[in-house]
Design a protein around this ligand. Structure first.
Ligand code: PNS
Length: 162
């Protein structure tokens, strides 16, 4: 049985992420979506909020579960009996993703599949979604409707705070 992990920050989850998770769920028997629990300074959502958003977004995928992870991804994989890392790759990410895949394989032998991002989402990233949303742009095309609502609420609350 193939268990794969889709790791990431998912702040917030985008249609690009969901495309990769869905495609991985067709390639592997079980998929664990692993949300890194590091909180960046410009984070929009806490790691538990991101997990909840992903659980809702992946509810229709029976072989997908969502969890937090901390520390090294390869250690998480070893502890969970996961033999494959699956990540989406845009042209601009390729060099860094290749480097991480090679490092992870060197560390424990765990291999990585890099799935080319669907061209529809090639320009979408969580960081750009955050920036556009914080500056008042409409990001509803790039994320699920429930996530778009949470972004609006969070951005609105941030603007009131500042
Ligand atoms: O969505 P992101 O921010 O590109 O996700 C990056 C993530 C969390 C997958 C990556 O930073 C990671 O694997 N972090 C865990 C720490 C680790 O294993 N570092 C060594 C990578 S070779």
């Amino acid at each position: 049985m193939t268990r794969a992990v889709c790791p990431g920050s998912f702040d917030p989850v985008t249609h690009g992420h969901l495309d990769i998770i869905g495609r991985t769920a067709r390639l592997a028997d079980e998929v664990v979506v692993a949300v890194g629990d590091n909180v960046a300074k410009n984070a929009l959502f806490t790691p538990p909020e991101r997990v909840a958003m992903l659980q809702t977004a992946c509810a229709e995928l029976p072989n997908v579960s969502v969890t937090l992870f901390s520390g090294l991804l390869v250690q998480f994989c070893a502890a969970q009996g996961i033999g494959l890392i699956s990540k989406g790759v845009r042209a601009a990410d390729f060099a860094y993703e290749l480097q991480m895949a090679q490092m992870n394989r060197r560390l424990t032998g765990v291999d990585t599949v890099l799935l080319p991002t669907d061209p529809r989402w090639a320009f979408v990233s969580s960081s750009l979604v955050r920036e556009v949303a914080m500056l008042g742009g409409d990001v509803s095309e790039f994320v699920p409707p429930a996530v778009a609502e949470q972004i609006s609420a969070r951005v609105g609350a941030r603007l009131v705070e500042d």
